[in-house]
Design a protein. Structure first.
Length: 151
């Protein structure tokens, strides 16, 4: 369910608000292989199911940066700010990968608005996205994503 702000001026009053959860995304081997191809990261733990079966996780795992990249898909599902001329991905402040995403796992994002600062033309918001793995008590990724919402 998407949390909708009618204008960027509503953001400062919402600091500390949990924005909800998005839908589940299956991280299958095809997605992992496509990411490996796109980035050139062909480490066996990601792309060699036979070798990875004997490895520490019993199967291939998603790249940490693939998990991070999925937050770009998750964010618009979690929050929308209306009344803007544009939204800009400004970067990240902090990224952690507490646990792996084993192939065929399902992940989803939850988000909290942790900081809002006024900038020229609008607001800069820090949204903490926590990527959960279905059935796990530890998140796969926690990122403080920085976005700018300009009038």
């Amino acid at each position: 369910m998407t949390t909708v702000f009618a204008s960027p001026d509503e953001l400062p009053g919402a600091v500390g608000t949990h924005l909800g959860y998005g839908g589940w995304i299956t991280v299958d081997q095809d997605r992992i292989d496509l990411f490996a191809e796109a980035t050139g990261d062909h480490q066996w733990i990601h792309v060699d199911p036979e070798r990875a079966a004997a490895g520490p996780f019993g199967a291939t795992i998603a790249h940490g940066y693939l998990t991070l990249a999925l937050t770009n898909q998750m964010l618009p599902e979690l929050v929308r700010v209306d009344g803007i001329s544009m939204g800009i991905n400004y970067g990240t402040n902090k990224v952690r990968f507490p646990s792996p995403v084993v192939v065929d796992s399902r992940v989803r994002g939850g988000a909290e608005l942790v900081q809002v600062d006024e900038v020229v033309g609008g607001y800069q918001a820090v949204i903490r996205i926590t990527v959960e793995v279905e059935g796990s008590d530890r998140p796969a990724c926690v990122v403080d994503s920085v976005s700018r919402f300009l009038r």
